[in-house]
Design a protein around this ligand. Structure first.
Ligand code: ZN
Length: 176
């Protein structure tokens, strides 16, 4: 029997909202690009100290796990809403799970939660209630009414050039 090590993955909003990592049985991880998103001096100093004292580990995901997450993101139509940091964080989650950890993504971002659900990663929000269903966005053109499976370059309709919009499509209820 292998014992899963529980880890928490923190996105930029966690630090912006003042999440403080403390020494406990759960390890905290984040990705390098989060450092670029935390711009407030105080929040940044707090984050840098937490890293310095080993409370938070900064790891970059492998190109393989990043590529896998990117393809899921594009399948779900979330490409336009997720930042590089979000993608890297989810990829790190996938990777840590393969290494035998039990990762939970800490985020208030619904798109991140949506992709995490699809990847089978657990998540918890900081303040907002979590989503109970996973859905795929339908990308559509308000001009010519065509629908697209995936986001289009520059977010415009390749047929008529109108800016594309999206709405939640097929929903799948999660257990419970
Ligand atoms: Zn169109």
């Amino acid at each position: 029997m292998s014992e899963m090590v529980r880890v928490l993955l923190l996105d930029a909003s966690a630090f912006i909202l003042g999440y403080e990592a403390s020494e406990g049985d759960q390890k905290h991880y984040t990705v390098t690009s989060v450092l670029e998103e935390v711009r407030d001096d105080l929040q940044r100093i707090r984050l840098e100290n937490a890293i310095k004292y080993g409370l938070i580990r900064v790891v970059s995901p492998t190109p393989e796990s990043t590529a896998r997450v990117k393809s899921i993101i594009s399948e779900l139509g979330e490409s336009a809403t997720l930042s590089r940091t979000d993608t890297e964080l989810l990829a790190l989650g996938l990777q840590l799970r393969e290494e035998g950890h039990e990762p939970t993504v800490v985020t208030d971002d619904y798109s991140v939660q949506n992709v995490a659900t699809r990847l089978g990663l657990s998540f918890k929000g900081l303040g907002t209630p979590g989503i109970k269903r996973v859905f795929e966005w339908v990308i559509y053109c308000p001009g010519c009414r065509r629908q697209f499976q995936e986001s289009q370059p520059d977010g415009v309709c390749p047929i008529c050039g109108t800016a594309l919009k999206r709405r939640p499509g097929k929903k799948v209820d999660l257990n419970g």
